[in-house]
Design a protein. Structure first.
Length: 101
């Protein structure tokens, strides 16, 4: 499941949130596909097309993609937008050949 229902939504509203979360994962994956050196969550956030999307949603999308093995966390770190270091993520090695143009 892509959406974490911490507010106990139901019905149509829950379905709407689930669809949006899945869509955000696709946006994140597309951003990663264009990256040669991997990205941190902050770097993905800076490239996000919808400026109203919170960084927490970007992080959730990355976590879901990581759990689904579309992404992998590297041992590299870079400074994020709040001054703290963040891990760099990249397309999962087993998935890279699927995304090569």
């Amino acid at each position: 499941m892509s959406y974490f229902n911490t507010t106990n939504e139901a019905g149509t509203l829950l379905k709407k949130h689930e669809i949006k979360a899945k869509s955000q994962e696709q946006v994140a994956l597309n951003i990663f596909r264009k990256s040669k050196n991997g990205l941190t969550a902050s770097e993905v956030f800076r490239q996000w097309p919808d400026r109203n999307t919170p960084l927490t949603s970007v992080r959730r999308a990355i976590s879901n993609l990581l759990n689904d093995r579309f992404l992998e966390r590297t041992y590299f770190k870079r400074k994020g937008i709040y001054g703290r270091t963040e891990f760099v993520y990249t397309i999962y090695t087993g998935q890279q050949k699927l995304f090569q143009s």
